[in-house]
Write a protein that binds this ligand. Structure first.
Ligand code: ATP
Ligand code: MG
Length: 471
């Protein structure tokens, strides 16, 4: 099954079990305190906190998400800034039994994943806060694995660090981790769960690509390790507690389920390939970049991933009405576009290349997100306009850089090029080496010092501004 088929099979399965398919939210949330929609549940939070909803108690969707906080991870085989999250919610309706059974059935019988490659995690409990181990979820997992003839062994891990030292033993399939791994609250971790909020344990599902994909520098392999063997494909949050004034956790009367699964990751598992960029939503973009740069993905996975991820992220931001700018969402969009272009240069993609990628994105998403087509012209126009403008910036920076031929470029020069001409420092260094311009050793120290000075000055001037502002 490719990603399109997985998305529609999921929504069909959910509808057949009484879920109302809801409209996806914009990437720009209505809550102005957050820049982007980063999960399916974000827009549904009021309902999960108890507000009634006319659409019923069972909801589902596939939600486009943007996590700018993951930008540093892009380049690995599993993180993208933009991705789709398959979601289903029970608002005081079904709980663990139905959720775990249905998700397992979806992965094995619908998508066709080998159940022997599925590993799951549950909450180990927290004695200090009087929270029991989530034996209920573990027992349901045991039962569903048994239905496929699998005797799922249970392992008590605790922290991920213990897991790194311990690894996994034969037959183990259900892993208990502490609240850092398997607890959900709006505050992030268990101790920062806000008073009055619903919260609870979660149970995650991992796909095992095989021991040959593990990077031993992470310690021994286990599901919560980032070592590469296991990929988290879905997370089921069971909201069953509420935090009291005195800090204690009391059982919630109306329990909720919040499920989120990464579409691109489930598609990678369906292919049996530990790389979300090989899936049907991203591979066509990679092929275009391969053709245009005349280099292969196998030789340049990192930069090619950054290029296609960032163009796709900027594309969906444009679809949702964002335009490149110097603030908020527009700034992130501009950063994605510029980083795509500067990264493309490192693999020999020098000219403009957005047009064919944007056309391909239109084809990929036409059915699932018809708004990509109806807003297509404006989207294309805004992306190409920004691409052209940044190319002009780069061209003039390059002309300035050429004036340094025969001289040695210092950290000060590199700073001036970036500060005055908008020529990014990594490009300066790369282009210098291409043009045979020497760069002074230790340039980074000078560059950083200038950067700090500048920050210092702008802080000083803004303080001054505050103190002289008439009240
Ligand atoms: P990870 O630890 O791998 O970064 P996460 O714990 O941040 O994942 P959740 O917040 O639980 O993930 O999101 C639910 C699901 O969304 C995950 O199980 C995963 O399948 C998917 N997902 C999360 N972040 C990304 C990303 N940056 N790119 C692609 N898929 C993602
Ligand atoms: Mg998680």
């Amino acid at each position: 099954m490719d990603a399109d088929a997985i998305r529609s099979a999921f929504l069909t399965l959910m509808e057949s079990t009484g879920h109302e398919q809801i409209q996806r939210s914009s990437l720009i949330p209505s809550d102005p305190t957050t820049l982007f929609t980063g999960s399916g549940m974000q827009a549904l939070l009021p309902l999960l906190l108890g507000e009634p909803d006319p659409r019923g108690t069972r909801l589902t969707d596939s939600q486009p998400c943007l996590r700018s906080q993951d930008i540093g991870e892009v380049g690995d085989n599993r993180h993208t800034t933009f991705f789709e999250m398959l979601g289903n919610w029970s608002l005081g309706d079904y709980f663990k039994q139905h959720q775990i059974q249905t998700f397992f059935l979806f992965l094995t019988d619908v998508v066709g994943l080998d159940p022997l490659r599925l590993y799951v995690t549950c909450f180990i409990g927290d004695r200090a806060n009087d929270l029991p181990r989530d034996d209920e979820s573990a027992a349901i997992w045991k039962e569903v694995f048994a239905s496929k003839g699998i005797d799922a062994g249970i392992a008590e891990i605790g922290s991920a660090a213990v897991g790194d030292r311990r690894g996994i033993a034969d037959g183990e399939r259900i892993f208990f981790y502490d609240s850092d791994e398997n607890w959900w609250s709006r505050g992030g971790n268990l101790s920062s769960t806000p008073v009055g909020d619903p919260c609870g344990p979660d149970s995650e599902v991992f796909y095992d690509f095989g021991p040959e994909h593990h990077d031993a520098s992470y310690g021994l392999p286990h599901p919560a390790s980032d070592g590469g063997r296991f990929l988290e494909i879905g997370n089921q949050v069971f909201m069953q507690y509420q935090r009291e004034e005195n800090g204690a956790f009391s059982p919630l009367e109306k329990k909720n389920v919040d499920f989120g699964g990464g579409l691109e990751r489930i598609a990678a598992a369906a292919l049996g390939v530990p790389d979300v960029y090989r899936g049907s939503l991203l591979a066509p973009l990679i092929r275009i970049v391969e053709d245009l740069s005349r280099t292969s993905y196998a030789n340049n996975p990192g930069p090619m991933r950054i290029v296609v991820d960032h163009v796709r992220g900027a594309y969906f931001l444009a679809v949702d009405g964002v335009r490149p700018g110097n603030k908020a969402q527009g700034y992130v969009m501009r950063r994605l576009i510029r980083r795509a272009i500067t990264t493309a240069k490192t693999i020999g993609l020098r000219g403009q290349f957005f047009a064919p990628l944007v056309a391909q994105l239109g084809t990929i998403y036409a059915d699932a997100y018809p708004e990509t087509a109806t807003r297509g012209d404006a989207v294309l126009d805004s992306l190409l306009r920004e691409e052209r403008a940044f190319h002009r910036t780069l061209d003039s920076g390059l002309r300035t850089l050429r004036q340094f031929e025969g001289r040695t470029l210092t950290g000060n020069d590199i700073f001036t090029l970036s500060d005055t001409f908008g020529f990014p420092q990594e490009i300066t260094v790369e282009e210098s080496s291409r043009l045979g311009i020497a760069v002074s050793e230790g340039w980074e120290t000078d560059y950083q010092r200038r950067l700090m000075d500048q920050k210092e000055r702008s802080r000083g001037s803004s303080n001054l501004g505050a103190s002289t502002t008439p009240s």
